[in-house]
Design a protein around this ligand. Structure first.
Ligand SMILES: CC(C)(COP(=O)(O)OP(=O)(O)OC[C@H]1O[C@@H](n2cnc3c(N)ncnc32)[C@H](O)[C@@H]1OP(=O)(O)O)[C@@H](O)C(=O)NCCC(=O)NCCS
Length: 214
């Protein structure tokens, strides 16, 4: 989202020993997370963004509600390619892990892009990082964001707890009740109101937090 960063972390300090090996695996072995189907929704697959996603990404980003909430507008293929490359750099540097969320479709259509979840501001040895997400307009209201966020959260704690990660923050503006619902449904407890910081951030925000033991 456009907004605050509660963690204020810079680039990842490279981990050492076993942790360095774990970070190295993240760069070289693509992480794929599976989310089981529900009675009302197909299964989801989360995997790192790739250049083949650009056309679908550009299509999804035509949605004004999504543009309103994202800081890097994607209006054409060149923007889309830059955005995907930024996600790929995040995996390479080990401080930002963005996943395309795909919905399994029956038949030859294959999987369809329905969203994005991201773990960001990851720094070796630091206890806090942050999550973000969006869902394509055509897929909203079916629990895509909370289901994908649950998978991301489990993966984040499984992967980085040994390196000191203890809590994840989720921020949204006060005029985004849908995002507040995602936080509640995903057991990110409301922590506090963050004051507006105009002109960039005209509205107050909510900080929600989920801890490893939640
Ligand atoms: C916020 C957002 C990620 C929710 O994703 P989602 O996959 O639709 O999540 P859910 O299906 O759990 O719906 C969450 C809430 O959205 C609202 N909602 C339901 N159907 C909706 C629809 N068709 N369109 C928009 N919002 C809808 C409801 O309030 C719902 O809460 P409820 O389940 O208690 O009724 C999505 O609306 C979105 O991407 N918005 C634009 C970008 C954004 O705000 N990102 C978050 C920035 S912090």
């Amino acid at each position: 989202m456009k907004g605050w960063s509660h963690s204020g972390m810079g680039r990842t300090r490279l981990a050492s020993g076993e942790n360095a090996a774990a970070y190295d695996r993240l760069v070289h072995v693509p992480v794929v997370l599976q989310v089981a189907a529900t009675p009302n929704s197909p299964a989801l697959v989360l995997r790192p963004w790739c250049m083949e996603d650009v056309a679908a990404l550009v299509e999804v980003c035509r949605d004004p509600a999504l543009r309103h909430r994202t800081s890097s507008p994607v209006e054409n293929d060149a923007d889309g390619a830059r955005w995907v490359q930024a996600q790929q750099r995040g995996w390479a540097t080990g401080d930002r892990f963005g996943f395309a969320v795909l919905e399994e479709q029956p038949g030859p259509a294959g999987a369809q892009l329905v969203g994005n979840v991201v773990l960001k501001d990851v720094t070796s040895g630091k206890p806090a990082a942050e999550v973000g997400y969006w869902t394509a307009a055509h897929a909203r209201g079916k629990g895509v964001a909370p289901r994908a966020l649950e998978a991301l959260t489990g993966w984040a704690f499984d992967t980085f707890a040994a390196d000191g990660l203890k809590r994840l923050g989720l921020l949204h503006q006060v005029d985004n009740p849908a995002s507040c619902r995602v936080a509640q449904k995903s057991r990110y407890d409301f922590d506090r109101v963050l004051p507006a910081a105009p002109p960039s951030f005209p509205r107050d925000g909510h900080l929600h937090i989920r801890r490893t033991d939640a």
